[in-house]
Design a protein around this ligand. Structure first.
Ligand SMILES: [Zn+2]
Ligand SMILES: [Zn+2]
Length: 396
């Protein structure tokens, strides 16, 4: 028989329910507004390109066109190409959709060598690096497989949830190596499309700077009634696009730098919250926190773009090509244990920390580690942030 709840308890239950409703509504509106955002983005980058060629490029000399030809060709190619890819390549899922219609484009999750978008089709051949985890420097697959013999289950969709996977409440499914849900692409940024996401931001930034740099004189002209105006575009149109280019040319590079900074640290947007928290917590314990996926700045960036030793050519960054990620999404290359000992740690005050982290030494048992690895804690599998990273990604 149900006993009536005390008033305070009842109020708090009510508040939590309200929050849940608001949260669900925010997720719904993010999903519903997605196509509008994508349409808006196409209108903006489309008109930006058209106006540039109509207003600015028509005044360039033959020599100017020749000297600027790499920019005039590569920027539009990559800006439109990468945006098309980031909106069409699914982020990658650990399992098929539980119910409803399966994506038509699921084939994208496997890079197809015969597709016109694939690097192989254009002569970019991958080096020798297995598409699995393992410890950096080790032979790969064996060590990685061992670390991931048990795969958790998602509490929301009941599907498998490999390491670094999170459940998106907008997409209503689990996403491999999820970074965030982005309304501007109407989907999640994850394992398979994050490369396109970062490269799109890079080429969009270069595009905006090109318009700002080369279109400055035309922008000034739009304020003068007497100035000559040969373009089809009305002056006011160019004024608006130019101002937008300044704003986007400042905001997007900041976002891109932030993403590249996280990539260089071997973490996703979601993991960066976790790692910052765990680092602080470990510090309080006199321990040094290690991100298991941090293989050093250069290597992290190489693995993210899948270039460099064992990956594809650096030139693949210059073209809108589908380059498969360096990981299969189920196992990831992990950093080796440090060989230099850290300071001997004090006793642990927070046992809950030890639960979320794989302790690399014997400190939990009160002993001093004698293997020279004392004082380090390594993140386990990102189990701190359980799921739910949707809705909030309005900024990027
Ligand atoms: Zn899930
Ligand atoms: Zn999503």
């Amino acid at each position: 028989m149900n006993t009536p709840l005390p008033p305070m308890k009842y109020a708090s239950v009510l508040v939590i329910r309200c929050f849940k409703k608001v949260e669900h509504f925010a997720d719904w509106i993010t999903g519903a507004a997605g196509p509008v955002f994508v349409f808006l983005c196409w209108v903006l980058i489309g008109s930006g390109g058209l106006l540039f060629f109509d207003v600015v490029a028509r005044d360039l000399s033959y020599l100017g066109v020749f000297l600027l030809s790499p920019i005039l060709s590569l920027v539009p190619l990559n800006m439109y190409g990468q945006y098309y890819l980031v909106t069409h390549v699914p982020p990658g899922y650990p399992a098929p959709k539980a119910s409803g219609k399966e994506d038509k484009d699921i084939k994208w999750t496997i890079a197809m060598p015969w597709s016109y978008w694939s690097g192989e089709r254009w002569g970019f051949i991958k080096g020798e690096r297995p598409l699995t985890g393992g410890y950096e420097g080790s032979d790969g697959a064996a060590a990685g497989g061992e670390a991931n013999s048990r795969v958790r289950r998602c509490r929301k969709c009941d599907g498998p949830k490999p390491e670094r996977t999170h459940h998106c409440s907008v997409c209503k499914r689990c996403v491999l190596m999820m970074d965030h849900h982005c309304p501007w692409i109407n989907g999640c940024v994850g394992l398979y499309n994050q490369r396109h996401f970062v490269l799109f931001m890079a080429w969009l930034s270069i595009g905006c700077w090109t318009v700002c740099g080369l279109g400055y004189r035309h922008f000034i002209n739009t304020f003068s009634y007497r100035s000559e105006w040969k373009a089809y575009t009305p002056k006011i149109g160019f004024t608006l696009i130019y101002v937008l280019c300044i704003a986007i040319g400042v905001a997007v590079p900041v976002l891109m730098s932030w993403h590249l900074y996280m990539v260089s640290k071997g973490e996703t947007s979601i993991e960066s919250h976790d790692n910052a928290y765990l680092e602080k917590k470990a510090q309080q314990e006199g321990l040094i926190y290690l991100n298991p996926y941090d293989l050093g700045r250069r290597r992290n960036l190489e693995l993210f773009f899948n270039v460099g030793p064992g990956g594809y050519s650096m030139y693949t960054l210059l073209f809108p090509l589908v380059i498969p990620p360096s990981s299969n999404g189920w196992t990831f290359t992990r950093r080796p244990l440090p060989t230099t000992p850290a300071k001997p740690p004090g006793s642990l005050h927070a046992p809950e920390l030890a639960e979320g982290l794989g302790l690399l030494n014997a400190t939990t048992h009160g002993g001093h580690a004698e293997d020279g690895l004392s004082g380090y804690v390594m993140g386990d599998d990102g189990s701190l942030t359980d799921d739910d990273e949707g809705g909030g990604g309005w900024m990027d």
